[in-house]
Design a protein around this ligand. Structure first.
Ligand code: NI
Length: 198
């Protein structure tokens, strides 16, 4: 709460609150306006975009760890692991639970990889993660398409099906490519969003 607000009279405060409501502003400006449960798009990058999520075996192991972590607290809708970041669409009971789980996962993996690379105490592995609450079904499918296309967007693969570290292969198994194409046409992904890396 800003200092000015605390020194205001009740009438002045009421006027400020009414003005902010009329503009659709939140009364406070918390870092996470939605802390409740639901679907979230998470983007987490290696510090300074260093490609620490390589070689391939490390991505495979991390993919397992990420899915185990998130399935223990909720559900996973889509994911992609790139050499220096990942995106995941996940449902949780609260953002606090999700934050705590990712913090632990990032801590564990940072220690492991720094040991493997003989960089303990010398390298920061993760940057803070980005989260975005999913507003509705269209937002969900746009995020899913964005995630599946991400390896192509970042020029790691020619098509989404050429990058094994994503949920796209699971969708092909569970549905088919035609189903994915229908979603793609109905909910085209944004060209840049979700806290992605350049
Ligand atoms: Ni990306």
């Amino acid at each position: 709460m800003p200092y000015e607000y605390r020194t205001m009279t009740p009438e002045e405060r009421a006027a400020v609150v009414a003005y902010r409501r009329s503009k659709g502003y939140p009364l406070h400006s918390p870092p996470h306006p939605y802390r409740e449960g639901g679907w979230y798009i998470i983007t987490a990058a290696n510090y300074e975009h260093n490609p620490i999520l390589q070689p391939a075996e490390r991505r495979t192991a991390f993919e397992d760890q990420l899915l185990i972590t998130l399935n223990a607290i909720g559900e996973v809708g889509a994911w992609v692991i790139l050499p220096n970041h990942y995106h995941v669409l996940t449902m949780v009971e609260s953002l606090d639970v999700l934050s705590a789980a990712l913090k632990q996962l990032h801590g564990t993996t940072a220690r492991t990889w720094n040991l493997e690379d003989a960089l303990t105490g010398q390298r920061r592995v993760w940057y803070k993660f980005y989260d975005r609450w999913v507003r509705n079904e269209a937002h969900y499918y746009r995020a899913l398409n964005y995630i599946h296309y991400n390896a192509v967007k970042h020029r790691y693969a020619e098509t989404p099906y050429d990058w094994p570290w994503s949920s796209v292969t699971r969708y092909v198994e569970a549905f088919d490519r035609e189903w994915l194409r229908v979603q793609w046409k109905a909910y085209p992904p944004p060209t840049s969003d979700f806290g992605d890396v350049p």
